[in-house]
Design a protein around this ligand. Structure first.
Ligand SMILES: *Cc1c(COP(=O)(O)O)cnc(C)c1O
Length: 460
C-alpha cells in the first residue's frame, strides 16, 4: 500500500515513510491510495476473531509491504498486552445501551488503543533504520499521557508534549508529569489546545528544523493511529451482529479532532455495514455545525467538562474533506486556502447532502451531559465519563447505536461527582498519582519559544 497527501504535493510513500512523516511535507495529511475491500465471507469470518487476531487482519493490507505478518503479530501482541480487559475493547450492554469500552489501556482513555501500537511501531522502525526520533505533540489531555506511556524509556526516542496549562484535568496532568523517564519532556503552555496544535503544525512546517531534529508526530495526524482505531469498529460490529452482514449498525462517537470518527469512516469504506455515524461534540461545535450547515468555521474555544473535545479546529477533518471532494487535491487545496484566508470554508450544496446522509451531528451542552450521566446512573448504575455521555446523549433517539466510551469515568472524577454525587472507583493505573513526584516546564504559547526549548533540551 502506498500513501498520498490530501494536497497532492508529494510522491506516494510507503507505510513506514508515512508513519515517520506524520504530516505530509506539503502540509497535507497522508492517506492510503485505496481502501482494501472486505467481502461478506471475510466479514463473517472476522466477526468470530478475538481482538488481537482481528487487529492483524485489519491492519495487514495497510502495512504489508513494509512489515511482515509475524512482525505485525508481535507488535499487536505487545501493544494490547498492556490492556486490563481480556477482550481489549469489550462491548457491554447497559440497559438499552451498547457501550464500546475503549478505556482499558494504561492511561484509561481510548487513545491507548492507537498509541500503545504507535510506540511499538516507532521502536521497530527505528531499530531497523538505526535512527532517532523526537516526537512532538499537543494534547487536550488524553493524547499526551497515552503517547508518553507509549514511548517512555525507549532509547531512540525523546518525546515533547505540549498541554494547555490549567485546562486539563488534575489526573490528566499528573498522568503526564509523573512520568520521570529521561526521554519524556512535558511542557505546559500558557494558551489553549488549539494554540498547542498550531505550534506543532508550525514546527512541522519548518522543514529545516523538522529534518535536522527528525520530528515525528503522535497527534491523530499520524496515519498509524487512525489505522489502529479502525480495528474496534470491526470488532464491535462482530459482537453485535454475530457476523450477519445484513445487519448495519450505527456508531455514536464523541469527537474533537475527527480522528476517532474518521476511523469509523475508513471501516465503512472498507465494507463494514455501517448505517450512520453520529458525530457528537460538546459546546465546541465546529464539526456539528459543519454537518448541519456545510460551513466549517472556527469559533471561540470554551472549557467544558469533556475537555478532550475542547477543540475548534479539527486536525483530521482534511482527511474526510479529501474523500468528500472526490479525492481531488486541487479542490482540497482551494478549500484549505479559503480556510487560511477567511477562517472558514464551505462545501457545495450537493456535498452537503452527502455529508448529511452519512453523519448525524449534535452539539451537547454541559447540562445535557450532566443529565445524561445522572440518568444513565439512575437507570442502570453504570457510570459514564463526560465524553462518553456526550455520545450517549447524541444517540438518544437511535436505539441499538453502539456508543464509544472514550474514557474511564474515574479520569474525570470531579465532573462525575458533580453529576451523581459519587466518584467511580479508579482503575489500578490511576491510583496513587497525586502523591507522586512531577516534572514539567511552563512556557509561552509561541513556536519559537518551544523550538528553542527543544534545542536546548536535546543539546543538554
Ligand atoms: C481525544 C478524545 C476524544 C476525541 O477524539 P478525536 O479523535 O479527537 O475525535 C474523545 N474522548 C476522549 C476521552 C478523548 O481523549
Amino acid at each position: 500500500m502506498r500513501y498520498v497527501s490530501t494536497r497532492g504535493g508529494i510522491e506516494p510513500v510507503t507505510f513506514s515513510q508515512a508513519v515517520m512523516m506524520g504530516l505530509a511535507t506539503d502540509g497535507g495529511l497522508l492517506l492510503p491510495e485505496s481502501f482494501p475491500q472486505i467481502d461478506a465471507t471475510t466479514l463473517q469470518r472476522w466477526a468470530e476473531l478475538p481482538f488481537k487476531a482481528l487487529a492483524v487482519e485489519v491492519m495487514y493490507p495497510y502495512v504489508g509491504e513494509d512489515i511482515s505478518r509475524v512482525e505485525l503479530e508481535k507488535l499487536v501482541e505487545e501493544s494490547y498486552a498492556s490492556f486490563s480487559h481480556p477482550e481489549v475493547t469489550p462491548v457491554v450492554e447497559v440497559g438499552d445501551l451498547r457501550i464500546l469500552e475503549l478505556f482499558h489501556g494504561p492511561t484509561a482513555a481510548f487513545k491507548d488503543v492507537a498509541l500503545q501500537f504507535l510506540g511499538n511501531l516507532f521502536e521497530l522502525l527505528l531499530e531497523r533504520s538505526g535512527g532517532r526520533l523526537n516526537i512532538l505533540g499537543a494534547t487536550s489531555g488524553d493524547t499526551g499521557s497515552a503517547a508518553i506511556y507509549g514511548v517512555r524509556g525507549q532509547e531512540r526516542i525523546d518525546i515533547f508534549i505540549l498541554h494547555p496549562k490549567g485546562r486539563v484535568s488534575p489526573i490528566q496532568e499528573r498522568q503526564m508529569t509523573t512520568v520521570l523517564d529521561a526521554n519524556v519532556h512535558n511542557i505546559a503552555i500558557t494558551g489553549t489546545f488549539d494554540d498547542g496544535q498550531r505550534i506543532v503544525k508550525e514546527l512541522f512546517n519548518d522543514l529545516a528544523f523538522k529534518q535536522e531534529y527528525t520530528l515525528g508526530a503522535v497527534n491523530s495526524i499520524n496515519w498509524a493511529r487512525i489505522l489502529a482505531q479502525v480495528v474496534y469498529y470491526f470488532y464491535a460490529w462482530g459482537r453485535v451482529s454475530g457476523g450477519d452482514v445484513d445487519q448495519k449498525v450505527t456508531f455514536s462517537v464523541p469527537t474533537g479532532n475527527f480522528g476517532d470518527i474518521f476511523a469509523g469512516y475508513v471501516a465503512m469504506r472498507m465494507g463494514l455495514p455501517v448505517e450512520r455515524l453520529i458525530l457528537a461534540t460538546n459546546r465546541n461545535d465546529i464539526l456539528s455545525r459543519f454537518v448541519n450547515s456545510g460551513v466549517y468555521q472556527t469559533g471561540e474555544v470554551y472549557p467544558t467538562i469533556s475537555p478532550s473535545m475542547d477543540i475548534q479546529i479539527s486536525s483530521n477533518f482534511e482527511r474526510y474533506l479529501y474523500y468528500l471532494m472526490d479525492q481531488d487535491p486541487a479542490k482540497v487545496r482551494a478549500l484549505m486556502d479559503q480556510m487560511g484566508r477567511e477562517g472558514k470554508l464551505e462545501v457545495p450544496a450537493e456535498k452537503r447532502a452527502e455529508v448529511a446522509a452519512l453523519f448525524q451531528a449534535a452539539a451537547v451542552s454541559e447540562e445535557e451531559t450532566r443529565d445524561q450521566i445522572r440518568d444513565t446512573y439512575a437507570q442502570t448504575g453504570y457510570i459514564l465519563d463526560p465524553h462518553t455521555a456526550v455520545g450517549v446523549h447524541a444517540a438518544k433517539e437511535i436505539p441499538g447505536a453502539i456508543c464509544l466510551a472514550t474514557a474511564h469515568p474515574a479520569k474525570f472524577g470531579a465532573a462525575v461527582k458533580e453529576a451523581i454525587g459519587v466518584e467511580s472507583e479508579p482503575p489500578a493505573s490511576l491510583q496513587g498519582l497525586m502523591e507522586k513526584e512531577t516534572r514539567c516546564a511552563v512556557l509561552e504559547a509561541d513556536a519559537a519559544v518551544i523550538r528553542d526549548f527543544m534545542k536546548t533540551t536535546l543539546a543538554g
